[in-house]
Design a binder for this molecule. Structure first.
Ligand code: NAP
Length: 512
């Protein structure tokens, strides 16, 4: 399908607010996330004229050695973008500074407070400060405590203080609750920005626009018209260098509790009164509270609703247990599929089937909404089930876009039809690559807009749903009730995932 982007300004509704002048302090500024994602995103914001004016960046790390060396590191992190926009890069880097210190040392935070105050005066940022924890997660609460001890989290009438937290948010309900309680000792919930970078992706945000800026979807967005929803996050990569973290986490903790649940909630939520953080966050939380809890026994038995798997050698690639840093007897799942029932009026009886895995045959993240069959066939030769179902697919990565499958007349005999897919690819329609999720999210931190961030109660509800499944698996070390199904690297995943009793007898994953 050819879409002509609106050309008149009356058709294009693009609004972007300008953030207040501020400083951004990145903890762990020498790390992978800062170099690969945060700094390039800040520079892109500057190129798009969206970085506040004035603005300064202050990197904090143990191994930083002076402003000049830090600026050299940053230029390196910007790579081709710095070379292509050298004047802008020079100006951006001139506003970057380094703070050296140990994350546990109160004296380092007193020096940081002095430096931040001096930079705030020099740049005229009115004391507005955002802090970003790009360090290993066990330091996140430590940093918040130390910042509070140095008085850096206290807001005044003229100056805001915000703090951004990277995932993971605990490894179960108890640890997430403890983390949130610690953070709440130092920060109001409105100052806390818990990041899930999926929410910064254009297609995830588009789900919101699609549902609530169009009339045609809402009337069919319910149990009367939708048969099932499938959410897939498939990776071709293996565990890479992350075995230290991943082997203690697994697919459910790494993907379901955050990314997949966010997508599920946006797909299933009720319309909020307005597109504003408290209202959106409340509707998303309500979805999780309506999901039928899992219970190890009769009822919503995880054995009926879940399959877990682990990749073995295949396609010339090593199996998970042969990856560097993975124990040879590891029972960590690298694949999981689960069925969720949302017990409310809109969704009763519609299974939401979620799956995610590493080393699969294709990389893709998508939401596939399959509609019910037509009630009767008016074509005497055909039964309703002969007609392909309507399927709406939102592609989140790698090729962001929307597909809608419909039945259509084919040229030829009078009764001749087939499934036709209307396929919109963002990069073809808008002729521009979508901006990186971190650009959106960093800008929203500076704007103080928490709509695309995660609330404490969402995290609590997410872990409450997953803890019983993870506990049931942990309590079955031999895998007698919950086998750990092997699947070959480069395959579509374990065969057992094709039979999920909780999804109903006709269940099948969408082939893509
Ligand atoms: N990397 C990603 O793509 C990605 C994606 C999503 C989420 N995250 C999250 O973002 C946060 C940062 O991730 P990252 O990959 O950037 O981490 P990283 O590279 O391992 O660490 C970041 C920095 O933290 C400092 N650090 C302090 N204590 C450390 C320790 N015990 N071991 C290693 N480094 C230590 C190091 O700087 P100094 O030694 O110089 O102080 C290091 O450069 C984590 O919470 C992670 O889960 C990362």
């Amino acid at each position: 399908m050819k879409i002509i982007p609106a050309t008149s300004t009356a058709d294009i509704l693009c609004m972007e607010a300008a953030p207040d002048p501020c400083g951004l302090v990145i903890f762990g500024a020498t790390g992978d996330l800062a170099r690969r994602k945060l700094v390039p995103a800040l520079f892109q914001l500057r190129l798009r004229d969206l970085l506040p004016k004035p603005f300064f960046l202050l990197g904090f790390a143990r191994s930083l050695d002076g402003d000049d060396a830090f600026r050299d590191n940053l230029r390196h992190a910007l790579g081709d973008a710095a070379a292509a926009h050298s004047a802008e890069a020079d100006a951006f880097l001139a506003n970057a500074y380094a703070a050296h210190g140990d994350y546990q040392d109160p004296e380092a935070y007193r020096r940081l407070a002095t430096r931040a105050a001096e930079l705030s005066t020099r740049h005229g940022t009115s004391g507005n400060l955002a802090f970003y924890t790009a360090t290993p997660p066990d330091l996140h609460a430590v940093i918040a405590g130390q910042l509070a001890g140095a008085g850096l989290l206290r807001e005044t009438a003229g100056a805001w203080r915000r703090m951004v937290f990277e995932k993971p948010f605990g490894r179960d309900r108890a640890t997430a609750g403890a983390l949130n309680r610690t953070l709440h000792r130092h920060l109001a919930e409105s100052q806390i920005f818990r990041i899930d970078h999926y929410l910064g992706k254009e297609t995830v945000q588009n789900l919101f626009m699609l549902r609530f800026a169009n009339l045609i979807f809402e009337p069919v967005w319910n149990r009367d018209h939708i048969a099932h929803v499938q959410i897939t996050a498939a990776e071709t990569l293996g565990v890479e260098e992350r075995a230290g973290y991943y082997d203690g986490a697994g697919a459910v903790r790494d993907m379901f509790q955050n990314h997949l649940f966010q997508i599920l909630a946006l797909t299933a939520m009720e319309p909020p009164g307005r597109f504003e953080a408290p209202l959106v966050l409340a509707e998303k939380r309500k979805v999780l509270h309506s999901i039928r809890p899992f219970f190890d026994g009769p009822g919503n038995d995880p054995a009926q609703a879940w399959v877990r798997g682990q990749y073995t050698a295949g396609a010339g690639l090593p199996g998970y247990r042969a990856e560097p840093g993975v124990p040879p007897d590891s029972r960590t799942e690298t694949y999981a599929a689960g069925v969720f029932h949302i017990d409310n009026w809109r969704w009763s009886g519609v299974p939401f089937c979620l799956r995610s895995g590493k080393r699969l045959d294709r990389r893709r993240t998508e939401i596939a909404i399959t509609f019910r069959p037509v009630p009767i066939s008016v074509f005497p030769e055909l039964r309703p089930e002969d007609l392909a179902r309507n399927v709406l697919v939102l592609n989140i990565q790698p090729d962001e876009g929307i597909e809608l499958t419909i039945q259509a007349k084919r040229p030829g005999p009078k009764l001749c039809m087939s499934a036709l897919t209307l396929d919109v690819k963002y990069r073809e329609v808008f002729k521009t690559a979508s901006s990186d999720a971190y650009e959106r999210l960093l800008l929203d931190v500076m704007l103080g807009d928490r709509t695309l961030f995660i609330s404490a109660d969402f995290i609590d509800a997410a872990w409450s749903l997953l803890d019983p499944v993870l506990n049931a698996w942990a309590n079955d070390p031999d895998g007698k009730r919950f086998p750990l199904h092997p699947y070959a690297a480069g395959s579509p995943g374990p065969e057992a995932a094709n039979t999920l009793p909780a999804a109903g007898p006709d269940f099948a994953w969408r082939e893509t």
